[in-house]
Design a binder for this molecule. Structure first.
Ligand code: HEM
Length: 264
């Protein structure tokens, strides 16, 4: 084994990169390593000698981890759909808890990339070719699954029970199974929109929102995504109810940020 400490001019007591790179890859043949396939996993990133700068490992790792969370979310949604068809609400609640936690991790990890300077990102970007987050298999799977979840929910929790969204939230409201599952769907939708919002903030930090991206102007692509919701009926019912109850919102008042002083 090489010596961990390279003794050379100006580097006394400093860690030897090559030595530690080897340790970081591991042996690959211990039971733990075999089960988790660390030999492959830890080589899913470029080799240390190929990174274009010191931020690129982070860039790859964050994207790869995000893909893994999306894979887990998508796999869990397939199970959730089956439990919807079986009306096993308890299972659905537990599995949605898992999905929502993974969605929060997706969001929380984004600011890691804000530790990279805009200039360093430009170097990485040159190596991306025409690649874009729009091509993410995990993201595409989630987009494609959401309408199926809605259909299955509607069939088994609404139609089969003679319920409508309005009934579940208003006239027949009893906080029953149809309501609690609907709220899980809403949480999924809200967290998905939150991801899009936080991703947009990351884009503002790294390339600026008006820059021309690899696929066009990001502001247009990303803003139209942010306006999209998976389950519009579950959102619309809230305003329908407040209208029906005669609540008045949106009275015109002076903006708090505007001119005009503080006499409110
Ligand atoms: C410095 C970091 C990042 C930058 C500058 C960036 C930039 C962009 C831009 C400009 C777009 C608009 C479409 C396009 O031009 O291709 C986009 C889309 C997208 N990005 Fe990122 N991105 C970053 C990190 C990430 C990360 C970590 C993820 C994690 C999954 C991600 C996922 C996506 C997805 C899913 C889309 C499609 C969004 C939609 O259709 O609403 N991006 N990104």
């Amino acid at each position: 084994m090489p010596d961990a400490r390279r003794v050379g001019h100006g580097r006394q007591n400093m860690m030897d990169r090559d030595y530690f790179y080897k340790i970081m890859y591991g042996e690959g043949n211990l039971d733990y390593e075999l089960y988790l396939n660390t030999a492959k996993l830890l080589r899913c990133q470029k080799d240390f000698s190929e990174f274009c700068n010191k931020d690129e490992l982070q860039f790859q790792v964050v994207h790869q981890v995000e893909e893994l969370w999306m894979k887990l979310i998508a796999y869990t949604l397939l199970d959730i759909e089956e439990y919807m068809a079986a009306r096993n609400t308890n299972r659905i609640l537990t599995l949605f808890k898992r999905v929502h936690m993974a969605q929060r991790l997706l969001i929380e990890q984004l600011p890691l990339l804000e530790t990279m300077s805009p200039k360093e990102y430009q170097t990485i970007r040159l190596g991306l070719g025409a690649g874009s987050g729009q091509e993410s298999p995990g993201f595409r799977a989630l987009l494609a699954m959401a309408p199926h979840l809605w259909e299955t929910y509607k069939k088994h929790y609404l139609d089969a029970q003679g319920l409508t969204v309005e009934a579940v939230y208003d006239v027949a409201y009893d906080h029953g199974d149809a309501y609690v599952v609907a709220e899980q769907l809403v949480e999924f939708d809200e967290l998905f929109q939150n991801f899009r919002f936080h991703h947009m903030q990351l884009v503002r930090r790294s390339i600026g929102i008006d820059a021309k991206s690899l696929k066009g102007r990001p502001v247009e692509i990303l803003e139209s995504g942010q306006r999209h919701s998976f389950f519009p009926e579950l959102w619309a019912v809230r305003s329908k109810m407040t209208d029906a109850w005669g609540a008045h919102y949106g009275l015109k008042r002076d903006s708090l940020g505007g001119k005009g002083g503080g006499h409110h």
